[in-house]
Design a protein around this ligand. Structure first.
Ligand SMILES: [Zn+2]
Length: 215
């Protein structure tokens, strides 16, 4: 039932020297999008490979937006992989705004800013689904790379389940906690309270606020 392999027409790889070091850049097509797996060190046929499956977020990843923690998580995950000496960051396209796309995501920002809605209500108010992300392409490329099991950097227990249901052995979940601040606290709180993410730093931030009861 799991998709077998990436056909050779849909994959290309080369070395890619980055500020952090030299990765193997594996570009591939799946589900109508072009994705990238950034492979560092030896991961083939290995167990417990440190992996981040990162959902594309242009505002956070490229422009450093502070309303979500995506850009910081991307940096932290790449840093952790290099520190470990091996690992894989899979960058999944078509995941903007948990799958609604960039234009609709920016529309949700308007509702969040002007009406105080959170990340979920602003999507449903526009008639959009809260999360349509598919992790099949991540599983596909992990099989292509012959990874035996992964330690997944994520705060989202559902993501573990999604990978496992796509046939990937997840040996452990490794938290990837970014500091809360005034700009991302609403987003982090919604993720914790309404999407079931494990975000203990949010409690710490809330208890440090003199006006915590008002929030
Ligand atoms: Zn983001």
């Amino acid at each position: 039932m799991h998709e077998q392999a990436i056909s050779h027409e849909d994959v290309a790889e080369s070395d890619l020297v980055t500020r952090r070091g030299t990765f193997r850049a594996v570009a591939f097509r799946a589900d109508g999008h072009e994705h990238m797996a950034m492979v560092y060190g030896k991961t083939r046929m290995r167990e417990n490979v440190l992996v981040r499956v990162h959902s594309e977020c242009m505002t956070g990843d490229i422009f450093g937006a502070m309303r979500c923690e995506c850009g910081e998580q991307l940096d932290a995950a790449l840093d952790a992989i290099v520190r470990e000496g091996s690992g894989i960051l899979i960058y999944l396209r078509g995941h903007e705004g948990r799958g609604i796309g960039l234009v609709e995501k920016v529309r949700t920002h308007v509702l969040q800013d002007e009406q105080g809605m959170d990340t979920l209500d602003s999507a449903t108010a526009l008639g959009l689904p809260v999360d349509t992300r598919d992790y099949g392409p991540a599983a596909l490329v992990l099989r292509h790379l012959r990874v035996r099991s992964v330690r997944l950097m994520s705060n989202n227990p559902d993501k573990i389940e999604a990978l496992e249901s796509n046939g990937i052995a997840v040996a452990a979940r490794v938290p990837l906690l970014m500091p809360a601040n005034d700009h991302n606290i609403g987003y982090l709180t919604a993720k914790r309270d309404r999407l079931g993410h494990d975000l203990p730093q949010v409690d710490v931030f809330e208890s440090d606020l003199p006006h915590a009861v008002d929030r």
